[in-house]
Design a protein around this ligand. Structure first.
Ligand SMILES: [Zn+2]
Ligand SMILES: [Zn+2]
Length: 156
């Protein structure tokens, strides 16, 4: 089996997202696809304004209102996640695209995120908080965790 190139992989993931949206009765329009592509090719979470800048650099001028509307659409369809700790957005790293509530680990050093989809882990935090009278806001649980790279970097 031939290994696909990065651009082939990107196209495949975007096509998958498009058919997933279609199956939900939603449309991944050209602009929505562009925003999703920008998030998928980013090395980590991106702030809305940086997203706007990178799209402008590619010749697409989107207003903040448009970008936020598109991000809402992508969030609603589970294609991206909001990382509240750093006020940024990250493309979902989950392949099956169904609605899901991940645990997102955010490194305070390099702002890398790791998405963990573990229903048991999520449910146990969810239930424990619920018993204490707290509801999880916006679905995702965020955890601050220093990544290996940052830990190794801080040793020297
Ligand atoms: Zn996800
Ligand atoms: Zn880090």
């Amino acid at each position: 089996m031939q290994t696909e190139t990065a651009s082939q992989r990107l196209k495949r993931l975007l096509d998958e997202a498009e058919s997933y949206c279609a199956a939900q009765g939603a449309q991944l329009t050209h602009l929505r696809r562009l925003v999703l592509e920008a998030l998928m090719t980013a090395t980590g979470p991106v702030k809305a304004y940086d997203l706007m800048d990178s799209l402008r650099a590619k010749g697409h001028r989107l207003t903040p209102a448009t970008v936020y509307r598109i991000l809402e659409f992508l969030l609603h369809n589970g294609l991206v996640h909001r990382v509240n700790a750093i006020n940024a957005f990250v493309a979902c790293s989950d392949r099956h695209r169904s609605a899901h509530n991940p645990v997102i680990v955010v490194c305070p050093g390099c702002q890398t995120t790791l998405e963990i989809n573990d229903e048991g882990l999520y449910t146990s935090i969810f239930n424990r908080l619920g018993a204490l009278g707290f509801d999880i806001k916006d679905g995702a649980i965020e955890v601050r965790g220093v990544c290996r790279k940052c830990k190794e970097g801080s040793v020297s």
